[in-house]
Design a protein around this ligand. Structure first.
Ligand code: THU
Length: 157
């Protein structure tokens, strides 16, 4: 057996002024979207913002439910809504932010595994790399391709 090494590319910024203007707006939309999260169980509010190929921004947040598995993460709420409203537009970029105890988290929050798989499919539908901006108040991390968040993701052939 031989071994392989997979390298992922992760970019880091201290604040959003290091991002291009459209991405600054996308990230602040994600921060704003945390306010609408419904989180009576975890009290952890996540916001996601998706920019479509025509520049429009669609947001979503986590929606919890007493029957726990029935809730949905912010990323999938935003992506499924975006695709349902704009089935013929490509996703261009996505930003994710979270707040806990009333303040934005200092560090970025990373999407869960199930969301990564859904994000990978959005990228496949787009036919080109989708940038993902994960924003904390003190650190912002960016990948230029969802594949960097989910190497060896599932794809049907
Ligand atoms: N959550 C998200 O919205 N996105 C993620 O990528 C990870 C977790 C939500 C689910 C649940 O409502 C809360 O955060 C705590 O796990």
């Amino acid at each position: 057996m031989n071994s392989q090494t997979i390298i992922i590319n992760l970019f880091e910024a201290n604040d959003s002024t290091e991002l291009e203007k459209a991405d600054q707006e996308l990230l602040s939309s994600a921060v704003q979207a945390t306010l609408g999260a419904y989180t009576p169980y975890s009290h952890f509010k996540v916001g996601a913002a998706v920019r479509m190929s025509n520049g429009i921004i669609v947001t979503g947040n986590n929606q919890e439910n007493a029957a726990y598995p029935s809730g949905l993460c912010a990323e999938r709420t935003a992506l499924f809504y975006a695709h349902s409203q704009y089935p013929h537009l490509a996703v261009e970029a996505m930003a994710i932010a979270a707040q806990s105890g009333g303040a934005q988290t200092a560090d970025p929050v990373y999407p869960c595994g199930a969301c990564r798989q859904v994000m990978l499919e959005s990228q496949k539908r787009a036919g080109k790399p989708v940038r993902v901006i994960m924003g904390g108040a003190q650190k912002i991390q960016v990948v230029e391709n969802v594949g960097d968040l989910l190497p060896l993701g599932f794809e049907e052939f």
